[in-house]
Design a protein around this ligand. Sequence first.
Ligand SMILES: Nc1ncnc2c1ncn2[C@@H]1O[C@H](COP(=O)(O)OP(=O)(O)OP(=O)(O)O)[C@@H](O)[C@H]1O
Ligand SMILES: [Mg+2]
Length: 355
Amino acid sequence: MSEAIRLEDVSKSFGEYEAVKDVSLTIEKGEFFSLLGPSGCGKTTTLRMLAGFEIPTEGRILLEGEPVEDVPPYERNVNMVFQSYALFEHLDVADNVAFGLKRKKVAKDEIRKRVEESLELVSLADRAKSHTNELSGGEKQRVALARALVNEPAVLLLDEPLGALDLKLRRQMQVELKQIQREVGITFVYVTHDQEEALAMSDRIAVMSDGEVVQCGVPEEVYEHPAEAFVAGFIGVSNLMEGIVQGKDKVKLASGQSVKAPLPEGCDKGEKVQLSVRPEKITLDDFERGMVTLEGTVAERVYQGVNTQVTISLGDGASVVALEQQTYRASADDRWEPGAKVKLGWHPDHCLVLR
Ligand SMILES: Nc1ncnc2c1ncn2[C@@H]1O[C@H](COP(=O)(O)OP(=O)(O)OP(=O)(O)O)[C@@H](O)[C@H]1O
Ligand SMILES: [Mg+2]
């Protein structure tokens, strides 16, 4: 693989306010790369710098190896897709898609062919003559996608493109978008604040917080090995428990219990740490040798369809969330009603120590 995009120590300030801080990233050709983070963390600003709508205050941006600081947006080989679709309402679907090619004075036959191909790609070939106001939200977003793909850009920048769609359509479009990306092989830089979406679609994810990239890796890596408490908390439900290092691979929790936990290199006795264990790694039923086990009291039980979440109080304000085992036996429900005493356990390997 070769490099599509490189950001070198890129920062962007608006007046006094630093919206993007010292971001360095390399994105490979053909990659589905996501920028994930909470509102205001600098995702859109980063994308707008790639598009050329914003100029970095510091640092360099290279597209396919070429520095682009002085290249205006329309001369960059990138296209952007927005959450708001931004379609031309007075034009039909085909003319919306053809717009950019007409402006570039591409030959008529060529335009017709490429528009057809693009609409085919987004499964809208039969809607070429429809007016955009006759389309559903999902269809409008497909037109916006076709309008970008028809230009055959090296990079497609997508800013929360599915944000306006309802959950079911969103899930369906995630699958379609991923298929389209594979088919065309264009590099996608995808902005979202939805962690499930990022995990499901991306080859790699850069997690942003407060203008900085705090971790960059494949989905399994950021989920299973979050680099810091922010990432653990932002991606999925994470049980963060305060503790103090007692000795080799031993941590005393705030609740007074001591547990075995694999300490990172260089952790000193007496150091404050946080333990992170994912709910799905906690068992209430099947205890095996070598597991860490604790006693607690059920504080809350929330039915969620696919799962039932049980919040267990460990004492002294500490609590963890576990998932009720559904294969156990239906009549066992009352064991996890609020107030019940329970035992819980996890494998030390599934416990992450964050400093
Ligand atoms: N043109 C601007 N002038 C001043 N401040 C700006 C400008 N654009 C963005 N900001 C600020 O920079 C920060 C990052 O904004 P940005 O739009 O990049 O966030 P985001 O991660 O895309 O958030 P969201 O998920 O809400 O879209 C915000 O605090 C925002 O108010
Ligand atoms: Mg944004």
